[in-house]
Design a protein around this ligand. Structure first.
Ligand code: DLL
Length: 433
């Protein structure tokens, strides 16, 4: 179902005119209200009035995560605090938290894009939405929550954790839509199995998973284990939270970006040069309707591709390929760029192992080492030691063939790697310590 028929299917020409108008308005607002942007615009020799078409976006300055840290906590807010009704924050892997604010209208915009997202995933007002994203400073819980209420569905604000209770609630309340990180979905499947509950037979129909990278293979695994459609949702606190983009259930191919609110670009991560549709690079977003915390050309560090081909669902909004990793969680191992998601896709093609893994990067002398700890499943574990060795060598070979990097694979017993209720921690980089 399309939540907002008019805006989600706007002809491209009308959409671009709307984006240009909103971009100019946002530029005017930040130029007048945020000293950081006035300085940046002046340095770039640009005035908001110079914006006549979307092409002018390329002349505007970037905003980076370190700018956000420099102005911590509220220095980039564009409205006085009395207009701010909500604060969220996301913890980075390094340094200070990123703090974001919302006016009442921003909360409404967010609920709107989230209602669109839920509808795109096939949810309806009759659904029972089991929201296991964390509630709190993290945007996942409350973001989904407001969207679900806006839609008129029934939302269960269960948040993350207490997994056994999650299964009982799912069963007793008849949850039909599950929202959580993809890694937690798999953990819930395991928990159900341990409890002797056949999760496949519950009323769950759709899962809306995001907040961390996951692969096509992992989708298949989740769909099989939970007997649901698994949909990828993307977002980041800086831009609004979840609801920046989502796959439609019709195509499950690429995530539609709600372009009447967020203008996407792809740039070369090193040179900053804008890249054409179809080329892989770093995602950059400009918010064009936000009041409290508007951002111009925010560099996300997320790696993706944009493609404009029309979609069978009827939405005209451009699609982004699922995020394959971040330019800053990219590991460089002996000079080879490696994304954890690439290792994941190797593992998912191997029978007998689970999609639970941990990458341990270290240095011996001057040489980087990569250890991949992978859980085998019960069946794999019952095999002879010799067979396990063969399995380990095979994964090492696949990693070498596909990524060109040498890894030592260590198979570990089922359910020994730590599970996460939120974003999974996949990498321990000892080189930095
Ligand atoms: O993770 C918002 C969110 C909540 C999205 C719930 C989806 C569902 P942050 O904590 O600010 O916000 O983290 C944002 O997480 O820049 C990506 O690197 C990563 N990320 C989010 N969604 C996806 C996804 C929320 N579907 C950062 N696939 C982003 C891959 C994702 N990575």
């Amino acid at each position: 179902m399309i939540w907002d028929q008019e805006f989600e299917t706007l002809p491209r020409k009308d959409l671009e005119a709307l984006q240009t108008k909103r971009l100019r308005e946002t530029a005017e607002r930040v130029y007048g209200a945020v000293p950081f942007y006035k300085k940046k615009f002046d340095e770039a020799g640009m005035r908001p009035g110079d914006i006549h078409s979307l092409k002018d976006l390329g002349h505007l300055p970037f905003t980076t995560k370190s700018d956000l840290r420099d102005y911590y906590p509220f220095g980039l807010f564009a409205v006085p605090m009395e207009q701010v009704v909500r604060i969220h924050a996301s913890s980075g892997t390094t340094g200070k938290q990123t703090v974001v604010g919302y006016t009442r209208r921003d909360i409404n915009t967010w609920a709107e894009v989230m209602a669109r997202s839920l509808a795109a995933a096939g949810a309806q007002r009759t659904d029972m939405i089991h929201n296991a994203y964390g509630y709190g400073l993290f945007t996942g819980g409350l973001g989904i929550h407001y969207g679900a209420e806006k839609m008129g569905a029934s939302v269960i604000p269960i948040s993350g954790g207490n997994s056994k209770r999650q299964i009982i609630v799912m069963k007793d309340f008849g949850s039909t839509v599950l929202t959580c990180t993809p890694s937690y979905a798999l953990f819930l499947a395991e928990t159900a199995e341990e409890m002797g509950v056949d999760i496949r037979k519950l009323k769950l129909r759709v899962g809306i998973f995001g907040a961390e990278p996951w692969s096509e293979k992992m989708r298949e695994e989740i769909e099989r284990k939970l007997n649901i459609d698994a949909i990828d949702i993307f977002g980041l606190s800086e831009i609004i939270g979840p609801g920046v983009s989502i796959e439609c259930i019709e195509a499950k191919r690429g995530l539609h970006i709600f372009e009447d609110h967020f203008i996407p670009e792809i740039i070369h991560p090193q040179t900053g040069k804008a890249l054409p549709y179809g080329e892989k690079g770093e995602l950059v977003f400009t918010t064009i309707t936000k009041e409290a915390f508007p951002l111009i050309r925010y560099r996300t560090r997320d790696i993706s591709v944009l493609y404009p081909e029309p979609c069978k669902c009827g939405r005209t909004h451009v699609r982004m390929e699922r995020v394959s990793g971040r330019s800053d969680d990219m590991l460089i191992i002996r000079g080879v760029n490696v994304f954890p998601s690439q290792i994941e896709s190797v593992l998912m093609n191997v029978e007998g192992v689970e999609p639970h893994y941990l990458l341990i990067v270290d240095r011996q002398g001057n040489l980087d080492t990569l250890e991949v700890q992978v859980e085998v499943n019960e069946k794999g574990f019952s095999d002879e030691v010799k067979e396990l060795q063969v399995l380990g060598r095979r994964i090492e070979k696949d990693i070498k063939d596909l990524l060109g990097v040498t890894a030592v694979v260590k198979l570990v017993e089922p359910k020994t790697l730590q599970r996460s209720e939120g974003k999974a921690q996949r990498v321990v980089d000892k080189r930095k310590i």
